[in-house]
Design a protein around this ligand. Structure first.
Ligand code: NAG
Length: 85
């Protein structure tokens, strides 16, 4: 069991661009995981992503939020695993 993993953190990133806000590394403890959140438009066009450490992280696909869809992916398999989710 890997108790602690490091995760990529980036609070705001637009498609095809580098992280524009809050780039860094966070540490996920036993109850946390690395996370990638994605927001896309109704037609599926990616709009922005964010990465962080998250407690009680759950994989969710396409929750409707206003005119957008929000998805979360979680991992804790290795350090910075959320860089390639
Ligand atoms: C992202 O950052 C790298 C390193 O600073 C730079 O070389 C690259 O051109 C940037 N990419 C974009 C899309 O801005």
């Amino acid at each position: 069991v890997i108790e602690i993993v490091q995760c990529r953190m980036c609070h705001l990133q637009f498609p095809g661009e580098n992280c524009s806000r809050g780039r860094g590394i966070c540490t996920a403890g036993t109850e946390e995981a690395c996370m990638v959140g994605r927001i896309s438009k109704k037609d599926g066009t990616p709009w922005l992503t964010f990465k962080d450490c998250l407690k009680n992280c759950a994989d969710v696909k396409g929750i409707k939020w206003s005119v957008y869809f929000v998805s979360f992916s979680c991992c804790r398999s290795h350090d910075l695993c959320n860089e390639d989710l």
